[in-house]
Design a protein around this ligand. Structure first.
Ligand SMILES: [Zn+2]
Length: 138
């Protein structure tokens, strides 16, 4: 189960709309508790490909952000990126997901204002349940 606050979800949607039609992308940090993952922070990064169909993150930027946020005690949860419509992983996404086993991939559909979360475990694609929490719950 993947949990996040409503305000973080709205922030992701804003970023996705701002970048549209280019795919927005970024890195997610938070806390992992047995089978529950909590996303606390989304760091937006440049899509090096400036593409409407795929994204690529600068490896140097990725490393810098990983060091910075893990240094603050947060865990790297995974990645997020947007698609214009469908929030399912593309063939290209799947290829990269397999390189980050266990990592959560959040895909935001721009037109449908919704998101889905996936991960690859033992070579198989799994869909995770997303719970968007009330902003007032501590
Ligand atoms: Zn994709």
């Amino acid at each position: 189960m993947v949990k996040l606050k409503g305000r973080l979800f709205r922030l992701l949607l804003e970023e996705v709309r701002r970048r549209y039609p280019i795919e927005a992308c970024g890195i997610l940090f938070g806390y992992v508790n047995s089978d529950e993952v909590r996303i606390e922070v989304a760091v937006f990064l440049r899509n090096m490909l400036e593409s409407e169909f795929m994204f690529q993150i600068d490896p140097e930027e990725l490393l810098k952000v990983l060091i910075e946020y893990e240094g603050r005690g947060l865990s790297h949860i995974g990645f997020f990126h947007s698609h214009p419509r469908c929030s399912k992983p593309s063939t290209m996404d799947l290829r990269y997901m397999k390189l980050w086993p266990g990592s959560i991939w959040v895909i935001v559909s721009c037109r449908e204002s919704r998101m889905e979360a996936y991960r690859v475990i033992d070579g198989c694609l799994e869909k995770a349940t997303i719970v968007i929490e009330d902003d007032n719950i501590v």
